[in-house]
Design a protein around this ligand. Structure first.
Ligand SMILES: [Zn+2]
Length: 223
């Protein structure tokens, strides 16, 4: 059952979001929207990323658009010296960001907030490879009623690729209300999942990705 008025179908998909609710107007008229095609990035010395990830207990929430995992407090991301708490993570099929026009099979979004409510979202591209044991635990939630399963215990470090090289830019939430001012960090390395693991999510949510938005005058960096 879809609990949200917006979705990804012809009558409620990305092209319609702005007209579904006045609060979603940025989805149509925003100038710093996400996702984008990651191309022609400027190489830069950027504040280092330190993931304070590890084992956590996460509640499971069916948002309609995806299955979302809400970890217990205490895990986060330090950008330079600036700490952000991990609030939730979820998956898209196919990837929302593109790399020079190419889409990956899936994308993981790790959503963080700082003490002032500023949003930093880490995107991780997922490609086909070895089975991922942590995702095997997460996928227990891909059932008709995910909330029938109360929580899962998972090692968040297993959801990150080997290095922290990343594209960075200022963007938005990729779902309504498409709020702007989001610090986007899209990791350059891929997280492998097995073909069966990718297929399991694809069967659960056949398409939940927003098309690429214009970069406009924004600066895209990589480092
Ligand atoms: Zn997302």
């Amino acid at each position: 059952m879809n609990r949200t008025p917006w979705g990804y179908a012809a009558d409620n998909g990305p092209a319609c979001w702005a007209s579904l609710d006045p609060g979603y107007r940025l989805c149509g008229c925003g100038t710093e929207q996400s996702p984008v095609d990651l191309v022609d990035a400027r190489k830069a010395q950027l504040p280092p990323l330190r993931f304070d990830y590890g084992p956590t207990r996460a509640a499971i929430e069916d948002t309609g658009a995806t299955v979302q995992f809400n970890p217990a407090p205490g895990r986060g991301l330090v950008i330079g010296r600036h700490r952000h708490e991990l609030r939730q993570f979820h998956f898209h099929h196919a990837s929302e960001h593109l790399v020079d026009g190419t889409r990956w099979p899936m994308e993981l979004h790790l959503v963080h907030t700082d003490s002032k409510g500023g949003l930093a979202v880490v995107g991780v591209f997922i490609g086909e490879g070895e089975v991922n044991a942590a995702v095997e635990i997460l996928w227990q939630a891909l059932v008709d009623d995910p909330e029938s399963l109360d929580h899962i215990d998972v090692d968040l470090a297993a959801l990150l690729p080997a290095t922290t090289k990343a594209w960075r830019y200022r963007g938005s939430l990729t779902t309504p209300p498409c709020s702007e001012g989001v610090s986007w960090i899209v990791l350059a390395d891929i997280l492998p999942l097995s073909a069966r693991q990718i297929a399991a999510f694809t069967n659960y949510r056949p398409a939940n990705c927003r098309p690429a938005q214009a970069l406009g005058g924004r600066v895209l960096t990589i480092g």
